[in-house]
Design a protein around this ligand. Structure first.
Ligand code: AP5
Length: 221
């Protein structure tokens, strides 16, 4: 029997990774491992990881590779053999991509598909300026294009909606520069390995979802 898939979703800040992750997790039985969510939870809990990560995240910089690689090695090593995974926000540097491959190889596993969502920068800035997120389930909303039924309240679980500190315009612009310099080359790493699937993310969310479903067909068990 084929092993459950390991899938990466990548793309610049605001590309729609979090928006689409819920659908992929529900439809394909994947576990959602989002480094940004893990780091924000660590910051909120005031753990040593959170204290170290906070200053980088607030500035829109990447948290150093040694911190992130240790975190992801532990998470991947704990996965049951039969668990499919959606990795979101990782890897973000070539060093992280190499470390992930090594860790998976030790477990006899490998990446099945890399879903690479592309959206123009001006659209990303506009999207992130209107984003509100549920504190409880992390579902993203947008006051302009996808508002909640009741302002400030999550449709799914009634959780409080908040705006991320790194969604300020200056921080967003810096995050986009960091993405172009450090994370966009990771797409090339996967292109050369034949696992990269480009997705046009500058379309309505349901059209993007259909493109992701088509990309998942060859790897879904
Ligand atoms: P992370 O949490 O991973 O954030 P990000 O990559 O910047 O991505 P976002 O969560 O901002 O965007 P998204 O693509 O999920 O967009 P969304 O679906 O919400 O990382 C945050 C920080 O943590 C990093 O800066 C770094 O410091 C640190 N970090 C994390 N991982 C790390 C790593 N591996 N190494 C080092 N540091 C790390 O959508 C955005 C908005 O657009 C929403 O309002 C949504 O409603 C709307 N929208 C979505 N899709 C559409 C559509 N098709 N049409 C119209 N609107 C849409």
């Amino acid at each position: 029997m084929a092993q459950a898939p390991i899938v990466l979703i990548m793309g610049p800040p605001g590309a729609g990774k979090g928006t689409q992750a819920g659908h992929l997790v529900d439809s394909y039985g994947l576990r959602h491992v989002a480094t940004g969510d893990l780091l924000r939870a660590a910051v909120a809990d005031g753990t040593p990881l959170g204290l170290e990560a906070k200053r980088f995240m607030d500035a829109g910089d990447l948290v150093p590779d040694d911190v992130i690689i240790g975190l992801i090695r532990d998470l991947v090593a704990e996965l049951p053999d039969d668990a499919g995974v959606l990795l979101d926000g990782f890897p973000r540097t070539d060093a992280q991509a190499v470390a992930l491959d090594e860790t998976l190889m030790e477990l006899g596993r490998s990446i099945d598909a890399v879903l690479d969502i592309a959206v123009p920068s001006d659209v990303l800035v506009e999207r992130l300026s209107g984003r509100w997120i549920c504190r409880t389930c992390q579902t993203p909303y947008n006051v302009n294009t996808h508002p909640p039924k009741v302002a400030g309240v999550c449709d799914k679980d009634g959780g409080e909606l908040y705006q991320r500190t790194d969604d300020q315009a200056d921080s967003v612009r810096h995050r986009l520069e960091v993405y172009a310099a450090q994370t966009a080359p990771v797409a090339e790493y996967y292109r050369t390995r034949g696992t990269l699937v480009p997705i046009d993310g500058n379309q309505p969310a349901d059209v993007v979802r259909a493109a992701l479903d088509a990309a998942m067909q060859p790897v879904a068990t």
